[in-house]
Design a protein around this ligand. Sequence first.
Ligand code: FRU
Length: 326
Amino acid sequence: AAAPPHYVIGFSQCTTGDAWRKAMLLGMQKELSFYPNVTFRLKDARDDSRRQQQQIREFLREGIDLLIVSANEAEPVTPVVEEAFNRGIPVVILDRRTTSKLYTAYVGGNNLEVGRAAGRYIGNLLDGRGNVLEIQGLAGASPAVDRHRGLAAALAAYPGIRLVAQVQGDWKRPSVVQNLPRVLRAHPEVNLIFAHNDRMALGAYQVCKQLGLDRRIRVVGVDGLSGPQGGIQFVQDGVLTATLLYPPGGEEAIRTAMNILQRRPYAKENVLGTMVIDSTNVLTMKMQTEQLAAQQQDIQRQQRLLQQQRDTYASQQTVLYVLAGA
Ligand code: FRU
């Protein structure tokens, strides 16, 4: 059979530092291991939308067959992504969207639904009465915009629940630790904090604990990663009352990219589901994710073994060839 064509995939990632993005990359690499004919290039914008614009422009100059992009902020990154699309380069938007319809496929959670599910959960948890403080993700990032809209829409069904304060976060813990104490002092009526991710939720819990409010104020986050620093563990430890699962989608992104490149059918919107993880299901979740991780390690071991066998076979072929030629 003819060798499969070679493809270059460029991945413009808004940041790589946190565990959620690392899990995403791991998923991508796992799926990429099935495609030795793909060169995968990653550029890390390190939370800087200007840098991300430049890096996507670099990709266009260097030449790529497909662009995967997670936009740090939607507005500033949109024009250059549109430019890529208009040049005929397929674009897969992963997790953080642009403001444009010009893309080939989206892979990621429905953040409006994440916000709504959080709102419904909070409404029930507080029995329809209470005061909520919201800690938002980076302003202008599509998940922050949508999580807020979803939350507000769902809470509107509970007239006894008020959204009394908002803290402008940046997805990171330190800014919460710095700004939250002031807001909490101004709003002693708060009894629940919804943070747009588990890292900021952890910061919120730490602040509450320091102020002696950790028994009065419950904290709900988003992401629900497995592992010792992940949201599932935080829920199990009672640090968070709940978290909303938000899958990183690395495998799905590569699968979609390969379907596009190999001209196989694909869906334009590939929405990954969410669910509430709280004390009622956290043990099940933990067991399932641990089992999955163990299976993935088995698969990696099998892949290494296969590769060794292929190498051995190749060297034996060489020996046979040399002997035959002799
Ligand atoms: C990771 C992260 C997640 C969040 C997502 C939103 O970089 O901040 O915690 O759910 O990005 O895009």
